[in-house]
Design a protein around this ligand. Structure first.
Ligand SMILES: Cc1cc2nc3c(=O)[nH]c(=O)nc-3n(C[C@H](O)[C@H](O)[C@H](O)COP(=O)(O)O)c2cc1C
Length: 309
């Protein structure tokens, strides 16, 4: 059975995955802890925690809460900063038999370019995932990912700073994901991740206050799956670069459904909070599903749900 996928088929540096199962940024740390217990080499790729130029402590706690069919988080990009990532994590990733993709986030256009340039050519880095769900301080706080022009500007900045293949992670906080997907594809993104968490909040009736110290956070888990599904379906119908699905993938069948909607690969996030073995279980379930359905190549089912005949 051939489950291999290429996330940058048109780029001079390809991003080849042995199968479509990836870990989602921020739900897997940087793989060091989980790598002691599970075979990372069995997965398609791993994605780092969102990385900024400077180290960040993140938001005050509580910054996660379980909700019906999901969770809300407001971690606030706690991370060690790109310098420490390069000196401490990349040498470890270089020894691993799995592509490591660094998720980057800037607060200005220039910061995205700086991050991409610093990671260019660093051994152990197979590609980048560019998170554009961050408020653009230069544009009065609107997220980069909510405006096609700002989103395209980030892509051009990154493309000009690195030869690494890169995915752009879209926000679901838009009326229509298609203009954003088209804009980033046209500007040179090699793939898109669809989508990030959905802004949300929870109230603690006993304390009569928001549960999350910061007030708001991002919703993830099964609750967001149908929304992510629509966004994958719509965006993959307008771009010809790979779409990587993210949002509520808990089982192999969830992954199969996203691939039928048009996804080339899938990211497993919140599921690992329930069971750290979730990415491996999902991979096994995809294999079992393909075997039962007589599917020899995962490509055979990609986008079939979009067919109109
Ligand atoms: C605790 C937590 C931290 C996250 N941190 C990041 C991050 O640093 N960068 C990013 O692009 N997405 C981040 N995400 C979003 C996930 O990568 C994923 O896109 C989202 O949770 C939807 O997938 P899921 O429903 O499978 O969790 C985070 C999600 C969670 C739950």
């Amino acid at each position: 059975m051939d489950l291999s996928v290429n996330l940058a088929p048109r780029h001079k540096v390809e991003l080849l995955l042995r199968n479509p199962v990836m870990t989602a940024s921020g739900t897997f740390s940087n793989g060091i802890e989980i790598g002691k217990h599970f075979d990372l080499g069995a997965l398609g790729a791993i994605i780092s925690k969102g990385t900024t130029i400077q180290p960040r402590k993140g938001n005050p706690t509580p910054r996660t809460v379980e909700t019906a069919a999901g969770m809300i988080n407001a971690i606030g990009f706690q991370n060690i900063g790109v310098g420490a990532l390069i000196s401490t994590l990349c040498p470890v990733w270089e020894r691993w038999d799995v592509p490591a993709i660094v998720n980057i986030m800037g607060y200005t256009l220039e910061e995205y370019g700086t991050l991409a340039a610093r990671l260019d050519g660093v051994p152990g880095v197979a590609g980048l995932e560019v998170n554009i769900s961050c408020p653009n301080v230069e544009a009065g706080g609107l997220e980069f990912g909510q405006d096609p022009h700002h989103a395209a500007a980030v892509v051009r900045e990154v493309a000009g700073a690195t030869s690494l293949p890169f995915l752009v992670k879209l926000t679901p906080s838009v009326a229509d994901v298609r203009p954003i997907a088209e804009a980033v594809a046209r500007a040179g993104a090699h793939a898109i991740s669809v989508t990030n968490t959905i802004p949300a909040m929870a109230i603690d009736a006993k304390r009569r206050r928001p549960v999350i110290a910061n007030g708001f956070g991002g919703l993830s888990g099964p609750a967001v799956k149908p929304i992510a599904m629509r966004n994958v379906f719509l965006s993959s119908s307008v771009v010809d670069i790979p779409v990587v699905a993210s949002g509520g993938i808990m089982t192999g069948l969830d992954a199969v459904e996203f691939i039928m909607a048009g996804a080339t690969a899938v990211q497993v996030g919140t599921a690992t909070f329930l069971d750290p073995a979730a990415p491996w279980n999902i991979l096994r379930e995809i294999e079992e599903w393909c075997a039962a359905e007589g599917v020899d190549r995962i490509e055979e089912i990609r986008g079939v749900a979009r067919r109109t005949d």
